[in-house]
Write a protein of this length. Structure first.
Length: 442
């Protein structure tokens, strides 16, 4: 017989799931008119961020922003309900802050999170100086302009070339990694067709009993879609190693996102560093470094803004529902802070665009990306310094996902103390080197 607490927990989980489904339905209904036809949210977002035509990018970005503005109140209602339910769960059932629940599920302490954000804050000036380079003589730059910078020598990368690049990059770490990636492609695990109904980004679903995964993504030949492919293959490699455990009962509740994103971003970091190191073209190296730096803005600044927004939103909505304008103000203020007030305009309606704020089982679906991004620098350094021993340690680390806190696993397998400020600051030293190299090539 279920206890009252278990019953309440299940009801809350069901209600959160219902609001998540509501969000997805609402977002799927958003359309704009472009070139005399209606296009979906996903199509519009793709054009606004990736079109080669600057005029088209700006026009579609503005149309999408206007469409979101018209629907902001209903989305605010959904987000307020999710905030209310999560606060109820926190206060009445578990008596733990929402963030504390998230940290526990991710196998890290608040000390780790604070040290990560402290290192980020201490290195903000360096990031802002890199951001200012993209102004290119202009007095100011908007978020949209920054994230849609097009280099003069960008090329379309055929899917087969992307696969070979990933193979070669991973082989530089260990041949088993490279063969795994190649087999995943050859065995049809990856659906990369850029169909209109596919959302942005990628997704990897594990099938543990078969020791396989399935990946869905929109491959368009850009360096970012090559990155997404490597990222999702990193998830697949993680799941493959986990499948050798006798029990995956720890997955019944939650997969630690901190480990999951460390695995996926490690693959993309390996790929990008390999491409930068092996290209013979200075222009291509400059283009890749530029892309890598702007990717850092996303993983470190944009993700931190999402974290700060979500944390502040849960606190504010304890007092009652927030209006759409109040929610938007929280989002913009968070962005102003983490970007060091370096932009003239910030991303509008972040809280409407990204499903991560609405996923029923995962509050704070943001900081694990920064964790994985910064941790990947140290993992790659260890891999390069100790190639003969790293691969086996890395497999054991992934295999033990959820068996112990991530802090313990990192110390056990790599002798890394992620509670120290120095660990996180070290990643920014590499980021600084990338910025300096890019400035040298300018």
């Amino acid at each position: 017989m279920e206890t009252s607490n278990n019953l309440n927990t299940n009801l809350i989980k069901d209600e959160l799931g219902a609001w998540e489904n509501m969000y997805i339905q609402l977002r799927n209904k958003i359309e704009i008119e472009h070139n005399n036809k209606q296009i979906s949210f996903g199509q519009a977002n793709n054009i606004a961020m990736n079109s080669d035509n600057e005029k088209e990018r700006v026009e579609v970005f503005e149309l999408l922003t206007n469409a979101l503005h018209k629907e902001k109140e209903i989305f605010a209602t959904v987000l307020n309900q999710i905030g209310r339910i999560r606060n109820t769960k926190s206060n009445e059932l578990e008596d733990r802050r929402i963030l504390t629940q998230s940290l526990h599920a991710n196998g890290i302490t608040e000390t780790v999170l604070l040290q990560m954000w402290n290192a980020t804050e201490e290195n903000l000036d360096k990031l802002v100086s890199a951001l200012n380079v993209y102004k290119k003589g202009r007095a100011s730059i908007t978020w949209h302009e920054l994230m849609t910078v097009k280099e003069n020598n960008e090329v379309i990368i055929p899917f087969s070339v992307a696969v070979q690049n990933i193979y070669d990059a991973l082989k530089n770490i260990d041949e088993e990694l490279a063969e795994f990636a190649r087999n995943a492609i050859e065995n049809g695990w990856v659906d990369a067709e850029p169909r209109d109904n596919k959302p942005p980004g990628g997704f990897c679903a594990p099938f543990f009993s078969e020791k396989e995964s399935r990946i869905s993504m929109r491959y368009d030949g850009s360096i970012d879609s090559v990155r997404v492919l490597a990222h999702e293959l990193g998830h697949a490699w993680h799941f493959y190693n986990m499948s050798f455990e006798q029990s995956t009962s720890f997955l019944d509740d939650y997969l630690p996102m901190s480990t999951a994103e460390s695995a996926s971003i490690f693959f993309e970091t390996v790929l990008l560093n390999y491409l930068i190191q092996t290209t013979d073209s200075l222009d291509m190296k400059k283009s890749l470094l530029s892309w890598k730096i702007r990717n850092c803005f996303n993983y470190v600044m944009a993700i931190r803004a999402s974290f700060e927004f979500e944390k502040n939103f849960y606190e504010k909505c304890k007092e009652g529902p927030l209006s759409a304008d109040e929610i938007e103000k929280l989002s913009i203020v968070a962005q102003e802070t983490v970007y060091g007030n370096a932009l003239s305009e910030y991303q509008p309606f972040v809280w409407m665009k990204y499903v991560q704020f609405y996923i029923a089982d995962v509050p704070f679906y943001n900081y694990p990306y920064t964790f994985g991004y910064l941790a990947s620098f140290s993992l790659l350094e260890i891999a390069n310094e100790s190639k003969s021993t790293f691969h086996l340690k890395y497999k054991k680390f992934l295999r033990e996902t959820g068996k112990a806190p991530v802090e313990e696993l990192m110390k056990k397998h790599f002798e890394i103390d992620i509670t120290s400020y120095a660990f996180w600051d070290k990643a920014f030293r590499q980021i600084s080197k990338d910025v300096d190299e890019y400035l040298r090539l300018m």
